[in-house]
Design a protein around this ligand. Structure first.
Ligand code: GLN
Length: 182
């Protein structure tokens, strides 16, 4: 049976994620209100702008339902702003704190080749757009990749987060590996 995956669609580049997920055979639903979370196996929190996304979550009353979704065993993939949304200062689900726009001011965007555990073959071409990094984290957090000594991919329980945009480069291995864990 196809896995049912939600993509938080309040703001940001959610559409690119839905395309990758559909190509991988998932049943995809855009999530805008709490009822949209019902029956999902997993959720992607996309890149975008974390302040705007926070306001949207507040406006729609989504913070508690999102927490309940994860606490009840739902899997989450957070990319870029999604990594920020999961952190201690936002939804408080992951035991990490992000530094926003960490690689520089304004438009510091760059690409890097990353080797990630569980992703076979060529390195992942990672696109960073005003990306955060994980500034500090607790013992329960597994660091999966670093750039210049800064954490850009991490996992805790059923939460996977990357500070780059795997959905923009024709890369589907991270989504595929995440779907396998669900
Ligand atoms: N800089 C954005 C923020 O702080 C995140 C960037 C992104 O998601 N591409 O919310």
């Amino acid at each position: 049976m196809a896995k049912r995956i939600g993509v938080l669609a309040l703001q940001g580049d959610f559409a690119a994620h839905t395309t990758v997920l559909r190509d991988l055979g998932a049943e995809v639903r855009e999530v805008r209100v709490p009822a949209d979370l019902e029956g999902l196996d997993g959720l992607i929190i996309p890149g975008g702008e974390s302040t705007t996304m926070t306001l949207g979550i507040e406006r729609e009353g989504l913070a508690e339902p999102l927490r309940a979704f994860v606490q009840d065993g739902g899997a989450v993939l957070g990319t870029c702003a999604g990594m920020i949304m999961l952190d201690r200062a936002h939804l408080g689900l992951a035991d990490w704190t992000c530094r926003r726009n960490a690689f520089g001011r304004q438009v510091r965007s760059f690409e890097a080749d990353l080797t990630l555990p569980g992703i076979a073959g060529d390195p992942v071409r990672a696109v960073f757009i005003r990306a955060p990094w994980v500034e500090s984290h607790g013992d329960g957090v597994e660091v999966l990749a670093e750039v210049e000594g800064h954490v850009v991919a991490a996992r805790q329980d059923r939460m996977l987060a990357v500070s780059f945009h795997p959905e923009l480069t024709g890369e589907s291995r991270i989504h595929a590996a995440w779907l396998q864990t669900i």
